[in-house]
Design a protein around this ligand. Structure first.
Ligand code: ADP
Ligand code: MG
Length: 230
């Protein structure tokens, strides 16, 4: 019976998630449909293509985040050099950060041990966190990424920004699907981060001060016993 209960709880959660996703996707879809109808009747000009494209991009992002979580079968855990993975992501996001007047500084401990992880998932976490850090600094600023070795067989990755910060009472809300304070946000980035780090037997801590900045810390075991997201 315990198993049954767990199952019905899971199903209830799944139902809530599905309703949330459907709702979030229906909004941009309704908007796109309206614009397409207006295009058809020729009463709108080209500038509205941008809105349609932005709405499509939003759907794409929402679906993309869920695909990452829905595909545990594609997860391949291997020993990786965290330095290489982080540098890859920083290179990827560099154009966006420069455009936003943000500089990213990366600092690694010497002799970092290899970490057993799913490379694409880990990169997705770093990408989502760096994006949030950039978006938290509309006037620009610095992001520090620090990777240190901890003594008890784990490493810590810190992503430190000088952004707007998060009010203390909001911290427990972080990681809930669709919680966002951004006009164009999906509220799915942190949820994905939490799930991925959990599946790596790690933890993700967020410390923040309003108007001072936010530090997100990932702690990962260096000898991981990975399990799949269920
Ligand atoms: P999104 O970025 O689409 O809003 P996320 O799940 O990535 O969704 O983040 C949820 C919310 O958490 C953001 O809308 C923002 O309010 C807050 N947040 C996350 N990271 C930061 C940060 N580095 N600085 C300030 N606020 C943040
Ligand atoms: Mg985000």
């Amino acid at each position: 019976t315990e198993r049954l209960l767990q199952k019905s709880e899971k199903l209830a959660l799944l139902g809530q998630m599905a309703a949330g996703i459907a709702h979030e996707i229906r909004n941009p879809l309704t908007s796109i449909k309206g614009f397409i109808q207006l295009f058809k009747s020729n009463s709108l000009k080209g500038e509205y293509y941008d809105i349609v494209l932005a709405e499509l991009e939003r759907i794409n992002e929402i679906v993309g985040e869920f695909l990452i979580l829905a595909k545990p079968s594609a997860a391949v855990f291997m020993e990786h050099d965290i330095k290489v993975l982080i540098k890859d992501v920083v290179t990827l996001i560099n154009t966006q950060s420069i455009l936003n007047n943000v500089q990213i500084f990366v600092e690694f401990d010497r002799d970092l041990p290899l970490v057993s992880c799913e490379a694409n998932q880990f990169k997705q976490v770093i990408l989502n966190l760096l994006k949030n850090a950039i978006e938290a600094m509309p006037e620009g600023g610095n992001i520090d990424v620090r990777v240190v070795r901890k003594d008890e067989g784990s490493i810590s990755v810190q992503i430190i920004d000088q952004g707007i910060g998060i009010p203390q009472e909001r911290i427990p809300t972080l990681g809930e699907p669709f919680y966002t304070t951004k006009e164009k946000g999906t509220g799915l980035g942190l949820m994905t981060c939490f799930k991925i780090i959990e599946s790596h037997n790690g933890k993700l801590d967020i410390n923040s001060r309003v108007n001072e900045g936010t530090t997100v810390e990932i702690t990962l075991p260096t000898i991981a016993q990975p399990y799949l997201i269920t």
